[in-house]
Design a protein. Structure first.
Lengths: 112, 109
């Protein structure tokens, strides 16, 4: 019963490339989130969306943008990838105002 | 600013020993608190939430509003408890969880 899926488990990109990370949830959740996970820093929120076409910046939005054209899909975009964006990226979703986030398996992105 | 602190990056105990993973938060309101766990090569998953006051896999956590703490405890650690643990407060009606930096628990045989 997979609920939150991410398009890739591993991704290797070059500096300057445009990178798309896709997340899909099948639980009809209103809220979706993108976090990055780094050793010693825990999870840091990049962006979140509480409805289609709605988005809000998290704690570390610089260098990222997002797109939510459909309720089930939330995309994270790195306009010009840099080596300091090498990280594990986690997508999550939750019902509006209640519930706890359900996480995807993560995408490990390496920028060389 | 809202903040959550997990002071230990690594906690190493022997099997059968008690374990306590510390979590302190700074917030003047009434947050809802969660512990998440990530086992090796698995996705992050909810371990427990304070409002349910339940015990999951032998773990419990008590919210201490006076000390603004939500420490995770287990009386007898098992090797399968080895994982990364994150404390995460949710502030009032906010959509988002704030995660601590995590504590890696290593239970040795």
């Amino acid at each position: 019963d997979v609920k939150v899926t991410q398009s890739s488990r591993y991704l290797v990109k070059r500096t300057g490339e445009k990178v798309f990370l896709e997340c899909v949830q099948d639980m009809d959740h209103e809220n979706m989130f993108w976090y990055r996970q780094d050793p010693g820093l825990g999870l840091r929120l990049i962006y979140f969306s509480y409805d289609v076409k709605m988005k809000e910046k998290g704690d570390i939005p610089e260098g990222y943008s997002v797109s939510r054209e459909k309720k089930e899909r939330f995309s994270l975009i790195l306009e010009s990838a840099s080596t300091n964006q090498t990280s594990m990226y986690l997508c999550a979703s939750t019902l509006h105002g209640t519930g706890t986030p359900e996480f995807g398996p993560g995408t490990r992105l390496t920028v060389t | 600013a809202q903040r959550v602190t997990q002071p230990e990056k690594l906690l190493s105990v022997f099997k059968g020993a008690p374990v306590e993973l510390k979590c302190n938060y700074s917030y003047s309101g009434s947050p809802e608190l969660f512990w998440y766990v990530q086992y090796s090569r698995q996705r992050l998953q909810l371990l427990l939430r304070h409002i349910s006051r339940e015990s999951i896999k032998g773990f419990t956590a008590d919210l201490n509003k006076g000390e603004t703490s939500f420490h995770l405890k287990k009386p007898f650690a098992q090797e399968e408890d080895s994982a990364m643990y994150y404390c995460a407060p949710k502030m009032d009606s906010s959509y988002k969880l704030i995660f601590g930096s995590g504590t890696r628990l290593l239970v040795r045989p």
